[in-house]
Design a protein around this ligand. Structure first.
Ligand code: HXC
Length: 292
């Protein structure tokens, strides 16, 4: 594990009060902090967007265990940082991620997988309370596509390709591919992708509702950070409620989801930020949210 990674993580592990954790010297420089498999840094004019860049180029960012452990640590870190209002996950120009590490999986037995809940920790991304944007250039295959789908928003570079090719390896998606993809693009396209292993282009992914925007390859990250800055400029408290409400649409019936939405809507009236937002509108000025 790189020295800088240990320095980055030390505060989060120390048994100290939360305020101290956040003030501990954390080495997040504009040049980036070098994990073994990730580049992690804060970006944006106000340094309020956490960027996690997969950095395992020789294996096209295949998601080995070490990489996913680091991903979870980086997410924990940004989740605790009160200045960070959104997180961007990205890869390289060639690959967002080419899937789970096949070489690492190759000799696993059923007993090891089932008994050890193999890859169960992969869903951390879907549990983050702050908004997460996937900026996908190149391949997003298998676990890579699943990782993108665990994020809240997917932006794609114009040459991105999405696919669930596990069937070609004699297995099936195992981190939500059959579930999130089907809910997002519908049964026919999901079935086609999962049963043939065929990939879809960025344009097809946009038409199917898998990605919300497509940008030129070299502009993608900048645009994703800019979206993150927009989100981070709103109330972080109310943003978390909005995210929770939208996510309920994937978990609940319409009646239950609408009830939950209404409860969260009412809850915004207990916040200073709701008062400030409406006062600012009436007074024709920009709202100054304090996340209270
Ligand atoms: C391990 C991988 C890898 C992977 C690529 N590499 N994908 N290593 N696991 N998933 C490695 C290759 O072995 C090679 O290293 C190097 O990356 C470059 O890959 P090439 O194949 O030479 O590149 P290219 O010809 O450009 O082809 C790119 C590619 C192809 C189309 C993306 O690599 C590919 O099909 N990869 C596998 C994609 C896949 O099946 N993903 C699903 C995995 S299963 P070396 O050192 O050998 O030259 C999965 C299940 C998730 O994700 C379950 C979650 C619970």
């Amino acid at each position: 594990m790189a020295v800088a990674l240990r320095a980055l993580l030390r505060p989060a592990r120390a048994p100290a009060p939360a305020r101290l954790l956040l003030r501990a010297p954390i080495r997040l420089s504009s040049a980036g902090t070098q994990f073994q498999y990730l580049m992690v840094e804060k970006k944006g004019a106000k340094q309020n967007v956490g960027v996690i860049q997969l950095n395992r180029p020789k294996a096209l960012n295949a998601l080995c265990d070490g990489l996913m452990n680091e991903m979870n640590q980086a997410l924990d870190f940004f989740e605790k940082d009160p200045d960070v209002g959104a997180i961007v996950i990205t890869g390289s120009e060639k690959a967002f991620a080419a899937g789970a590490d096949i070489k690492e999986m190759q000799n696993r037995t059923f007993q090891e997988c089932y008994g050890g809940s193999f890859l169960a920790h992969w869903n951390r991304v879907s549990l983050v309370r702050k908004p997460v944007i996937a900026a996908v250039n190149g391949y997003a295959l298998g676990g890579g596509c699943e990782l993108a789908m665990m994020c809240d928003i997917i932006y794609a570079g114009e040459k991105a390709q999405f696919g669930q090719p596990e069937i070609l390896l004699g297995t099936i998606p195992g981190a939500g591919g059959t579930q999130r993809l089907t809910r997002t693009v519908g049964k026919s396209l999901a079935m086609e992708m999962v049963l043939t292993g065929d990939r879809i282009s960025a344009q097809e992914a946009k038409e199917a509702g898998l990605v919300s925007k497509i940008y030129p390859t070299e502009k993608l990250l900048e645009e994703a950070i800019s979206c993150g800055e927009k989100i981070a400029g709103n109330s972080k408290l109310v943003t978390a409620m909005a995210k929770e409400a939208v996510n309920a649409a994937f978990e609940m019936t319409l009646t239950e989801g609408n009830k939950m939405e209404k409860r969260l809507f009412y809850a915004t009236f207990a916040t200073d930020d709701r008062k400030e937002g409406m006062a600012a509108f009436v007074e024709k000025r920009k709202a100054n949210f304090t996340d209270h």
